[in-house]
Structure formats: structure tokens, C-alpha cells
Design a protein. Structure first.
Lengths: 289, 269
């Protein structure tokens, strides 16, 4: 192993780490703010991949343009989903547990719907930059990956801006700290959660399309992604924007550095075992004291 | 207490009908369907010990099913032992995995336990997919039994019926025993149970192992019928349970339907 391959995998890990973080950010926030554990979150990302794929096949739309279309579409989808189904789940006594069971079912349903509509075989999406890459001192950076990384960063920055700089975000944080007290001050918890959920699904969808540009995708892929999401979110601490970003980067680095030493097909095994160990040793996250 | 006696005789009557059912030569499809009804009833009963009485939602039972099926198939393939004799061994292997998992994961509570167990089936799947000894992605093909397909199905029907009855009686006895009461106290409030002198750690691990053993025996039986494949049988059977209400012995099963996916003779998925 040379220094170049080490640096290459370091850079690659950092860039894919950004993607993991943007995939996990919505998941983390709904879990943190509304205690809503949405297992179907990556399934919506897969759905977004297939919609982008469809747009490309049907009308020849470039995936990067498709993201612009998919983000508002998925925001709307999230809101519709919240109003129609998730709102009922939120009334339960133990929201985390009930939503977990409910969304596992939703994920299975969506997976089979996607398989039914687009067949379960893996698909690949090509953009105008596929195959091109920057080469800096023998280190290759695919342009697709770089652009996806910047889009992910923009998604995370938008979420951060929404949570910490807007009035609605303040309401979200208030609900998060103490739902009853926030309701006493006139915050409509239902509305806040609805916006939060829509935002989560929108970021998840956009991140899914970014992911589809760097690797192939198939309907059952969400089973792998959900565990990656759990690692990212639990490492960073549930509901923390910075934590999710750091957790995503760490997971990306872990993946690409470990991938240098062991066969790639064994990589998810290591990751799953790492999650069990993480849950065992530090369930509250790496960064919280 | 009159009706209770009727219930007892009634269940013996229905059991007798179920036992002689294959001798009436029903269509093979019906036999397979009944096999899967028993299959899901037993799995859900097993899951109920941990998920229902103790209140620990485990998503990892698929791993026990798969591990046991692979154990039985591997022993049959490499040592030539009849798979019928090794079915309990599948349960033992599943129990060993349960001890390992239980000792590490049962300390966690609530969603964290569910998450940790969610990781186990895919991790195990990757192991089976990558090892040459377990046939990698092709799976293991077991030799056919030397009878016609109807006799084979009838045999498996009777076997699964026996396992189901044994599992039902076990779980029902457990519900009425001190062990079951301890588990239910864990579900209601674990801290209080602990302060009242219930050894929750041992109890939880015991329940987990019992549950895994039943699941394992079922998995071994399934593998005899179908050639196995590194499948994830999915969360389907947990759903049967959710439909039927948590913590009740008699109301489970009968809701799930074997889709064509399971009836596929190639054993795909």
C-alpha cells in the first residue's frame, strides 16, 4: 500500500461521508425533535433515486436538475404523509416504538412497490459528468462525487439555517426541549412536526439522488442504508446537526480506510458489528460528555 | 367451569382433525398452506416470549431462523446425517447465538435494543453470502427425499404440526409459571422488578434463548423442505404478532399467507 492510495481513500471517505451525513440529517432531526423514528427514511431516498432515473429515461433530464425538482416534491410528499398517517402514530403513548413498527411496515411496502414498478434489478444513473474526474497529484476525484458532496453540504447548511436562524426553527427547538411548555407558549406542535417531517423527507430524497450518482441502486438497498444511518446518527448524538455531519464523515472514513485492508464484500459486516459495539459502549453518542 | 371442559375436548377434537387431515388426500397446495400457517404460528409464539412477555422488541429472530437452517443444511451436506435428526441441533446453534447476542444486547433498552438486533440478520447474511462452505450466493441444495411430493408435504405437515403443538404448550405453561410472571414484570417496569428481587438479566437471557431455540427448530424444519438460500425472511412474522396483540398465547397466527415467494420450489428468497 502506498501513500497515494491511503490519501485517495481518505479523500474518497471524506466525500462519501458528507453524503452519509446528508442522508442521516433528516432522520436524526425527526428522531430528536418529535421522537419519531422513521425507518422508512432511506426507502424514500431509494424512491427518489428511481424517480430521478425515470425522469432521465423518459425526458432525458440530468440528475442534477432532477434534484431541484425532487426536493420540493418530496417536501410535499412528506407533508402529505405526515397529515395522512404519521399524525396518527404521533398520538400513541410511546411514539418512538410505535413509529418504528409503523415505518418498518411502510419501508417494506415501499420496497415492494418500487420492485413492482421498476423491477428489483440494480440500476445505474449517468449524468453529464459520469466518468470525468479531477486529478490532483495522482489523486482522482470524480466530478459527480464532488458535486454530490457540495449538494449534501448545501442540504446540511440549509437544515442548520432552518433550525438555528429562523423563527420556525426556534419553535422546533422549543418543542424539542419541552413539548408541553412549548404548547403553553402557543406553538402548534403538529404544524412544527409536519414541517420537520417534510424537510426530513426532502433532504433524504435529494441525498438519495446524490448517492445514486456514485453507486448503483436497487430496492432492497435501504436495508443497508438504514444501518448506516443508525451509525451516523448514534455516533453524532440524536438530533445534533454538527454531530450528524461529524458522524457521517467518520463513517465514510472508516468505510474507505477499512476497505483498504479487507475485501469489500465483508465491509458491511464490520460496520454492523461496529454499530452493535457502539450501542453497547456509548449509546449516547461519541461527542456528548 | 363447564365451558372450560368443552374447550379442552374441543381442542383435542380439532387437533385430531388436523392430524388426520393429510390422510384425506387434500390438494398439495393446501398442505403447503397449512405448513406455513403452522410455521408462522410457531415463530410468533417464539417471538412472543421475548417481544410479548418481556416487552423487548427483537428484530433479530430472522438470524436465528437462518443460522439454524444453515446449520442443518451444512451438517447434512458435509456429514451426510439425516436432516431430521439434526433439527434440534439447529435449535442449539440458534441458542448459542442467542446467548452471545443476549449477553451483549439485552442491557440496552427500548429502541436501542431493537436497533442492535436489527443489525444481526444482515450481518449474518453477509457471512453466509461470502463463505464458500455455505455455498455463497447459490445456497445449499439438499437431496430430495425418496418419496412422492404428496407424501413429502404430508410428512412436513405432521412435523410442523407437532412442533407447533409443543411450542404452544410450552409457551402457555410459561405464561402461567413464575418465569412468565417475571418476564411480564420486566415488561411493566424493569426497575421495579429488579428492586423486588427479580434477577432480570438472567431471566431475559433465558427467555431469549428459549425463544431462539424454538425459532431454530422451526428454521431447521423449514430448511428440510426447501433448499436454503441466504434469505432474509423479513419482518413478516413480527407483523403477524402485532396484528394479534402483544402478550397473548392463543390469538396468534392464521393471518399470514404464504406468498408465491415462499412456495417457490427453488427456494429463492
Amino acid at each position: 500500500m502506498t501513500l497515494t492510495s491511503l490519501v485517495q481513500s481518505f479523500v474518497y471517505g471524506l466525500l462519501t461521508g458528507g453524503l452519509y451525513a446528508s442522508l442521516g440529517i433528516g432522520f436524526s432531526l425527526t428522531w430528536g425533535s418529535a421522537k419519531l423514528l422513521n425507518i422508512a427514511h432511506p426507502t424514500f431516498s431509494i424512491l427518489a433515486c428511481y424517480i430521478a432515473y425515470w425522469l432521465q429515461i423518459m425526458i432525458g433530464m440530468d440528475p442534477f436538475n432532477a434534484i431541484l425538482l425532487i426536493t420540493p416534491l418530496f417536501f410535499l410528499l412528506g407533508i402529505i404523509l405526515y397529515v395522512s398517517l404519521i399524525r396518527l402514530v404521533c398520538r400513541a403513548k410511546d411514539v418512538t416504538f410505535t413509529s418504528m413498527i409503523f415505518t418498518v411496515g411502510l419501508a417494506v411496502f415501499l420496497e415492494n412497490l418500487i420492485s413492482f414498478m421498476w423491477s428489483p434489478s440494480p440500476k445505474v444513473m449517468v449524468s453529464q459528468y459520469t466518468g470525468a474526474s479531477f486529478i490532483i497529484a495522482n489523486i482522482h476525484i470524480p466530478i459527480n462525487l464532488l458535486l454530490s458532496f457540495f449538494i449534501s453540504l448545501a442540504l446540511i447548511a440549509t437544515t442548520y439555517f432552518f433550525i438555528y436562524k429562523t423563527f420556525l426553527g426556534k419553535a422546533v427547538r422549543a418543542t424539542w426541549q419541552n413539548p408541553d411548555a412549548a404548547a403553553l407558549y402557543g406553538i402548534n406542535k403538529n404544524f412544527v412536526t409536519m414541517i420537520m417531517f417534510g424537510l426530513a423527507i426532502a433532504t433524504g430524497g435529494a441525498a438519495g439522488v446524490c448517492f445514486a450518482l456514485i453507486s448503483s441502486f436497487y430496492p432492497a438497498l435501504h436495508n443497508t442504508w438504514i444501518i448506516y444511518l443508525f451509525i451516523v446518527v448514534i455516533m453524532g448524538g440524536v438530533g445534533s446537526v454538527y454531530g450528524t455531519l461529524a458522524g457521517g464523515m467518520l463513517l465514510g472514513l472508516f468505510n474507505s480506510i477499512v476497505g483498504l485492508f479487507i475485501p469489500n464484500s465483508w465491509l458491511p459486516f464490520i460496520v454492523y458489528v461496529a454499530l452493535i459495539i457502539l450501542l453497547w459502549v456509548r449509546p449516547e453518542g461519541l461527542f456528548k460528555a | 367451569m363447564q365451558w372450560k371442559r368443552y374447550l379442552k375436548y374441543g381442542s383435542i377434537f380439532w387437533l385430531a382433525i388436523l392430524i388426520i387431515f393429510p390422510f384425506l388426500r387434500p390438494p398439495i397446495y393446501v398442505l403447503s398452506l397449512m405448513f406455513f400457517i403452522f410455521f408462522y404460528i410457531t415463530l410468533v409464539e417464539a417471538w412472543n416470549v421475548v417481544g410479548g412477555y418481556a416487552g423487548y422488541t427483537s428484530f433479530g429472530h430472522t438470524a436465528f431462523l437462518g443460522l439454524s437452517a444453515y446449520t442443518v443444511a451444512t451438517f447434512t451436506k458435509y456429514f451426510g446425517i439425516s436432516p431430521f435428526l439434526i433439527v434440534p441441533l439447529g435449535g442449539v446453534f440458534a441458542s448459542l447465538l442467542a446467548i452471545l447476542v443476549g449477553a451483549s444486547c439485552l442491557k440496552m433498552r427500548g429502541p436501542y435494543f431493537a436497533l442492535a438486533t436489527l443489525c444481526i440478520p444482515p450481518a449474518l447474511q453477509i457471512v453466509f453470502l461470502n463463505l464458500e462452505q455455505t455455498g455463497a450466493a447459490t445456497g445449499i441444495w439438499l437431496p430430495l427425499l425418496p418419496f412422492g411430493i404428496f407424501e413429502e408435504r404430508a410428512l412436513f405437515y405432521e412435523m410442523m404440526l407437532a412442533i407447533t403443538v409443543i411450542a404452544l404448550i410450552t409457551v402457555k405453561r410459561l405464561e402461567e409459571s413464575k418465569f412468565g410472571l417475571g418476564l411480564m414484570s420486566i415488561r411493566q417496569d424493569e426497575n421495579v422488578a429488579e428492586s423486588l428481587g427479580v434477577n432480570t438479566t438472567i431471566l431475559k437471557i433465558k427467555a431469549f434463548v428459549l425463544s431462539a431455540f424454538i425459532t431454530g427448530v422451526v428454521g431447521g424444519d423449514l430448511c428440510d423442505l426447501y433448499n436454503i438460500h441466504s434469505s432474509i425472511h423479513g419482518f413478516r412474522y413480527i407483523y403477524v404478532h402485532i396484528y394479534s396483540g402483544i402478550g397473548n398465547t392463543w390469538r396468534q397466527g392464521d393471518l399470514d399467507w404464504p406468498s408465491d415467494r415462499h412456495s417457490d420450489p427453488c427456494g429463492n428468497k
